[in-house]
Write a protein that binds this ligand. Structure first.
Ligand code: AMP
Length: 233
């Protein structure tokens, strides 16, 4: 699904030879899910996907967003590997790559340790120190665990700013879709992520937002931009 991304979205700004020689570029992941939920939401709305700008947020253990313009993926947040993009359960998402050479040079980390650190010990787990499971971290935050609260704040912020970036990439947005374990089930997460993005032109229906695990609009009927929960398949 992500093979339709334009070159300016998938080429990494490193020497071009690395793309030619080794295939270093953004590939993207969760393509099947982003495709399914974007087509499903268009069908549900009774609209032709060719006329829609959709941002799909696949938020589970792994998290990625996609910008789907006129039925085609034009950008997505995971990259050469699933480590890139927004913060996840145990993955850092995108960080300054110099952190890696700093840890290797100054503190003697091995490449294997770095790999393990960024893929298995970072993200929600690394910040909260509680768990990679979102339910545990939500519960800890409710009990005033400061690091659990911080982990959630970072997560909301990363997803929120990624949504804003993709509205920029497409010159606007008509529909925002939430899917996967967190996206389908956590009304708090959807609400917190969308806080501050109302200027796009949506209002959330608090009652409808309480739903779990079924396809439904969670924005108000008169909302210009639509927000949906679409269980992935
Ligand atoms: P997935 O990879 O799509 O299976 O999603 C797994 C993630 O969804 C885990 O972090 C779960 O904690 C999270 N999740 C599942 N159900 C809920 C829920 N009711 N509230 C918050 N997070 C949930």
């Amino acid at each position: 699904f992500h093979q339709t991304m334009p070159k300016h979205a998938y080429i990494c700004p490193v020497p071009y030879e690395l793309y030619e020689k080794y295939g270093v570029r953004k590939y993207g992941f969760h393509g099947t899910s982003h495709k399914y939920v974007s087509y499903k939401v268009a069908e549900t709305m009774g609209k032709d996907i060719k006329n829609l700008k959709i941002i799909t947020c696949h938020l589970g253990n792994g998290c990625s967003l996609a910008a789907v313009k006129n039925g085609k993926s034009v950008d997505t947040s995971m990259g050469f590997t699933p480590l890139a993009g927004v913060m996840m359960g145990t993955r850092s998402g995108s960080i300054d790559p110099s952190v890696i050479s700093f840890l290797i040079e100054q503190h003697g980390y091995t490449i294997e340790q770095i790999d393990e650190l960024l893929n298995k010990k970072s993200g929600i787990l690394g910040i909260s120190g509680v768990s990679s499971d979102f339910r545990d971290v939500l519960e800890a935050a409710e009990s005033e665990n400061e690091r659990a609260k911080l982990a959630l704040e970072i997560f909301y912020y990363k997803v929120r700013t990624q949504i804003a970036a993709y509205a920029g990439a497409m010159g606007g947005v008509d529909v925002i879709v939430f899917t996967a374990g967190i996206g389908e089930n956590s009304s708090i997460t959807r609400r917190e992520i969308l806080k501050g993005l109302e200027f796009f032109g949506f209002t959330i229906n608090t009652e409808k937002n309480e739903l779990r695990g079924k396809i439904q609009e969670i924005s108000n009927e008169d909302s210009r931009v639509k927000v949906y929960v679409v269980p992935t398949n």
